[in-house]
Design a protein around this ligand. Structure first.
Ligand code: SAM
Length: 232
């Protein structure tokens, strides 16, 4: 693969939406191009302004932050699209990782594309890729399922659909639902070898590999805390 000269020399076009990946925990996991882009855009659209402010303060970025939460996204969507159509540049970030992956970012990306707005991506971390490559599971083909349903019956149905799946399967889960998910995996898929990646890039990073029953036992004795990726 041929690398090109720094593309931050490329001017951001008027009315462009930049999808900017930010760290999944460790503030140092951000590209130079992401920082330069965040310093150049007119507006930063984020999920939680308090979380994004930690990042912008750390890198002395002083651009207006507009929250793009799930509950207000319809209202905010129209206003952000109007800004783009009026020539303002917007940097879209999420609380962690790559916007558009299991977060509200997709809605604005799709709406911008539908309006003919220029959309480009400043690549960087995503929890699914970090977890996959450090899991030891085959990486040549994989299926990202994100969060399964929080309703047990639906979750179990989806797991049953995955019984014959040959690719590595990647799931996201919150700490308070982890044990429920693991128990459903045990019931539906049996005592398979899985990987649980917790708090990647952070102080308490931990990658547990083993049978589902062993991982359930581990997290029963030690209350699950932090953010999890489960790999089947
Ligand atoms: N956009 C993000 C990405 O690119 O990975 C994902 C956002 S989603 C709302 C948040 C979920 O990602 C968490 O519940 C967890 O499953 C996973 N996640 C994010 N950061 C993580 C980390 N540092 N370690 C493990 N999992 C993480």
């Amino acid at each position: 693969m041929r690398l090109t000269k720094p593309v931050d020399k490329r001017r951001i076009s008027k009315g462009e939406l930049l999808i900017i990946a930010t760290p999944i925990g460790n503030l140092e996991d951000i590209t130079i191009r992401a920082i330069n882009s965040l310093k150049s855009v007119d507006i930063i659209a984020c999920e939680d302004t308090r979380r994004t402010r930690i990042l912008t303060a750390h890198y002395s970025i002083s651009k207006p932050l507009v929250s793009f939460y799930s509950y207000n996204k319809v209202k905010r969507l129209d206003s952000l699209i109007s800004h783009l159509l009026n020539g303002k540049t917007i940097g879209l970030v999420s609380d962690a990782g790559t916007p558009g992956i299991s977060d509200p970012g997709y809605t604005i990306i799709k709406a911008a594309i539908d309006k003919g707005i220029k959309v480009s991506s400043i690549p960087g971390p995503s929890a699914l890729i970090s977890a996959l490559v450090s899991s030891g599971k085959p990486t040549h083909k994989f299926l990202f399922e994100g969060f399964l349903s929080n309703k047990s019956a639906q979750r179990r149905r989806r797991l049953a659909d995955l019984k014959k799946e040959e690719r590595t399967v990647i799931l996201y889960e919150s700490p308070h639902r982890l044990l429920k998910l693991l128990k459903d995996i045990l019931d539906v898929l049996g005592d398979a070898e899985i990987v649980c990646a917790r708090e990647l890039t952070k102080k308490f990073e931990e990658i547990k590999r083993g049978k589902v029953s062993e991982i359930i036992e581990y997290f029963t004795g030690f209350k699950p805390r932090g953010e999890f990726v489960v790999i089947l």
